[in-house]
Design a protein around this ligand. Sequence first.
Ligand code: AVJ
Length: 330
Amino acid sequence: MTISTKKNVQKLNNLEFYDFKPKLVDFKEEVISGLSKKEKTLAPKLFYDKKGSELFEQIVELEEYYIPLIEKKLLMDNIISINEFMGENVSIIEPGSGSCEKVRRILSAHKSIKNYIPIEISGDFLFHAAEKVAKEFPNINIIPICADYLNNFSLPESLKKESKNKVIFFPGSSIGNYDSNDVIKVLKKFIELTDNQGGLLIGVDLKKDKDVLEKAYNDSKGITAQFNLNLLHRIKNELNVDLDVNNFEHQSIYNQEVGRIEMYIVSKKQQSFMIDNLKISFEKDEKIHTENSYKYTVNEFRDIALSLGYKKHFYWTDEKEYFSINYFQL
Ligand code: AVJ
């Protein structure tokens, strides 16, 4: 583990950056292995290059994509009780913190937060986001950790001893990308991080009408389609592949039996392209599976968390019961 000493950066005495030098995603390797499978896949983490991240910023502004608005309202309307459940001298740990935007609602409303620990794989991005938070909240220690939150990192020793009340903040229904085995792995990791005595504040998207769900992932402005098809633009540009993105289309369907949105890139015709010497062929209507987004009932998700050791559960939903904020306590 190294504590990086970045030059040309204003020293803030409430900011301490830890860099575990996570292995970055090898785009080419991921694409080749995904497209060589019998059922072709591309992992959702590949969405987020610069263009993809910009498109995602547009998705979260869409009315049809109800998640961010409802989550924001639920957090704001219930911030007092949420803060009470979290207790005092809290350390908030946010795996996959991105721009650290949502946590501000908690940091500014809570009187007794000691530490905020955002964890993110992209170091520069993390550093700048954390620096902003550090300036805005001079009384909170900001301890960004550059790491893949499921692998090879640990919290600084000082944190392990000092603060009992560790709370994991995992908003946005990020948990939706994980299938049932991985949800268990992720939650177990969270329990380990909070030393078997903390809390978990997590946004979970709920099962609902197929129509509402499919519109959320196939919006009328076509932004989600662009976001999905951006994967093909990445392949074309970054791997120098001769392919025509117009020969593919975006598809999102709600698989009711499994309870998940499935996103695909569909080949409009029989075609192929070359990645170096490797030929990737498609039948007409053949799909590349690009994302799953699992939906739960409140009870389904509660039962998973309780079976892993969480003891108390509090939750908040909107009137239509589209989305839930859950607080679990160990
Ligand atoms: C970032 C995984 C929460 O599944 O709702 C949104 C990603 N994909 N629209 C989700 C996403 C297409 C999103 N998560």
